[in-house]
Design a protein around this ligand. Structure first.
Ligand code: G3I
Ligand code: 9MR
Length: 652
């Protein structure tokens, strides 16, 4: 090597060394003023702890120090050092500076307010069979896609009463994802997750408005949105036998076109045990949630329950009908060769809703596993429902469910508290899969449920910190929700966003996220590590698609964290010590007059205000709050068996 070349190589190496970058990865939406605040310094090569300063908007240094010990984070093949800025408790925009690098971050009290709505509004944007008008869709208004009133029965789904090519009507529902198809099992977990959010935080959701066409009507907006999909799901059941079609799709995926330009024949394809059970579980949950709205939707709750019971009976008679794509169908498969978890989940939900021991006799609590839920693995959903309704189960079942559930929750919490990156992801070997961001969101849901179960604040603290992952404190530095964050997903595999001629994607959509499987073969992946296998490109359906099942846990999580932060003082949850006795209060919210419906005789009603003071007592079931101030009130309702129900009511 001549001297000149040697000098050149040396110079090159020096500049590489100087150019070693340390990325500042942070929650790009911001940090809650009263909560922990973690910022991560990440680099592909090793480095020393860094001096840092935090400046406020007036350039005053409000905090300085040295970042924590540098650790190796194997999922990203990166070195990481934590900067803890928790002690900043005044709201504002701050600047974190390290050598050669800086970022701005927010500290506030309403960090998730906007995303809490957008993550739910996505379902409206993904509705089939309706125009999205500019009143509700703004720049993302579009023509109606897929009336789905002329759907044919595919040979794989044919029966004596509905032979091949029979025309059925199967309108409404949400498009699954970036494609325009509708799949039962994936609709199921998405719908369940939104219903669970409502069931767990009903007072919050009753006043949550989404600017959808139904806003201002008699149902809470989230239940109107969910009903759009439930109404479609109901059409997917064959009336003759209770079986449920696996999906409604064309024979192939469409091109990069708007839904109104996609005119291929659509079919209901296959009948499967997984679809029937998933359907049964979701319809059972929906039946008990919509029971409260019998006046507004007469008979709807009963229709849902009948559908659930018929589907369950079909699955019992056809326990191993596993779906695989027929040879002429190339759309998403959503196949599942193990439906033990779906059986247990359906039995649990049917028992909670009906109290019928036929269903509890089918529960084998020891067969219900732990871990993070997915469209294919629904055991944790059964645990969530058992634990939310634990008074209706034997102590054997609820205690076992509790320890199974907490096993996972403790593992997740440990990842946040003690892992190199302070996140839940990577605590199991199944986290970085297709749709890994859905896993991350569901893990936050599990931490929230663990907090509700135990009242142990450390689970809630972990949930807030774990949430950072989706908004930038992760292996790529992207905020994975469209429209939210400084560097966010912009080119998702979402046909509407791609084809609508609008530069910005539909907002509030969670990208699938890092997937080392990289099954799409696209170029441009950031790297090949578990947490870095991501590319923000239309091409990448394996790392950058959006789906209803990944957005649902996002919506659950950000709404719950929003609720705790802003309404903590009002956090009374409905609960019941009279499991077989569904108590319904309506209308709620009320202008004044309201009724209590109960299958048992009510002996006393005590009404408390938010200071815990008794403001009214009664022995009747028709009450009047007309002369009371508007706000939230808590009802303690006792029946002849001395069982107690606690219900919240909003006086408008
Ligand atoms: O079941 C195996 C498991 O046994 C094995 O241990 C594991 C190891 O990786 O793989 C499991 O299979 C995976 C399967 O999902 C179940 O988790 C496959 O590798 C993986 O490729 C498969 O990905 C699914 C993908 O479709 C391809 O089928 C995603 O979960 C699923 O979300 C995605 O769904 C698509 C729809 O088909 C069409 N609509 C869009 C939607 C999102 O991309
Ligand atoms: O767009 C499809 C996406 O919704 C699916 O998740 C994905 C995997 O099933 O498939 C996508 O469609 C692609 C097809 O599989 C192969 N040709 C390119 C298609 C995307 O344009």
């Amino acid at each position: 090597m001549n001297l000149k070349l040697l000098f050149g190589v040396l110079l090159f190496n020096v500049s590489i060394a100087l150019a070693q970058t340390i990325d500042i990865r942070y929650n790009q939406l911001g940090y809650f003023s009263t909560r922990e605040k973690t910022i991560s310094l990440n680099s592909a090569s090793n480095f020393s702890p860094q001096s840092f300063s935090v400046l406020d908007a007036n350039d005053n240094v409000v905090l300085s120090g040295t970042s924590e010990v540098v650790r190796f984070w194997s999922d990203a093949q990166e070195y990481v050092s934590k900067v803890d800025v928790s002690e900043i408790s005044t709201t504002g925009v701050y600047r974190l500076q390290i050598n050669n690098s800086e970022v701005n971050f927010n500290v506030g009290t309403d960090i998730y307010e906007s995303i809490s709505s957008a993550s739910l509004k996505y379902y409206y944007f993904n509705r089939a069979s309706t125009v999205i008008s500019s009143t509700y869709g703004g720049v993302h208004a579009r023509s109606m896609g897929h009336p789905d009133t002329n759907v044919r029965v595919h040979s794989s789904a044919a029966s004596a009463s509905r032979p091949t090519n029979t025309v059925i009507s199967s309108p409404k529902g949400w498009y699954d994802a970036g494609d325009y198809n509708k799949y039962i099992v994936n609709s199921g977990i998405s719908t369940y997750t939104l219903l669970a959010a409502f069931e767990h935080f009903d007072t919050y959701y009753k006043s949550k408005t989404l600017n959808i066409p139904e806003t201002g009507g008699t149902l809470p907006d989230v239940l109107d949105e969910v009903k759009w999909n439930l109404d479609w799901m109901l059409t997917m059941q064959e009336p003759a036998d209770g079986a449920v079609y696996h999906k409604l799709t064309g024979l192939n995926f469409s091109g990069r076109i708007m839904p109104n330009n996609y005119n291929a024949q659509r079919y209901v394809v296959g009948k499967s045990t997984s679809a029937a059970l998933n359907f049964a579980a979701v319809m059972a949950v929906a039946s008990r949630v919509y029971a409260e709205y019998e006046t507004e939707l007469p008979g709807y709750s009963a229709t849902l329950l009948n559908a659930a019971e018929a589907a369950y009976a079909w699955a019992e008679a056809n326990p191993t009908q596993y779906f695989t794509n027929p040879s002429d169908v190339r759309t998403g498969e959503y196949g599942d060769g193990n439906v033990t978890d779906e059986f247990q989940w359906a039995a649990v939900e049917l028992f909670v809703t009906t109290g019928n021991t036929d269903y509890s006799n089918d529960i084998n609590i020891f067969s219900i596993g732990n871990g993070t839920p997915s469209w294919q693995y629904t055991a944790p959903l059964a645990l969530i429902s058992i634990l939310h309704h634990d008074t209706v189960f034997s102590s054997n079942i609820s205690n076992t469910a509790r320890s199974t559930f907490l096993n996972t929750a403790n593992t997740l919490k440990n990842g946040v508290e003690n892992g190199a990156m302070n996140i839940t992801m990577g605590t199991s070997n199944f986290d970085y899969v297709w749709g890994s961001n859905g896993v991350a969101a569901n893990q936050v849901v599990l931490l929230i449920r663990a907090y509700e179960l135990t009242d142990d604040e450390s689970f809630l603290d972990a949930a807030y910190v774990a949430m950072d992952y989706l908004f930038g404190r992760n292996g790529t530095g992207y905020s994975y929700v469209t429209g939210f964050g400084d560097v966010s997903t912009t080119f998702p595999h979402h046909r509407v966003s791609d084809a609508d001629g609008v530069a910005a994607p539909v907002p509030g959509m969670l990208s699938g996220g890092p997937n080392p499987g990289r099954q799409d073969g696209c170029s441009g992946y950031i790297n090949t590590s578990n947490a870095g296998s991501y590319v923000d490109d239309w091409c990448s359906y394996a790392s950058n698609e959006v789906t209803i099942n990944w957005n649902a846990p996002l919506a659950y999580a950000v709404n719950a964290l929003n609720f705790y932060q802003n309404n903590a003082a009002l956090s009374t949850e409905d609960f019941s010590l009279s499991p077989s006795n569904a108590v319904v209060i309506y209308p709620n919210p009320t202008q004044g007059q309201f009724n209590i419906k109960s299958s048992k005789t009510i002996t006393s009603v005590v009404i408390y205000d938010m200071l815990g003071q008794i403001v009214h007592t009664s022995t009747t079931t028709q009450l009047n709050l007309t002369n009371f101030k508007s706000g939230l009130y808590v009802l303690k309702i006792t029946n002849t068996d001395n069982e107690i129900d606690i219900k919240n009511i909003i006086k408008q």
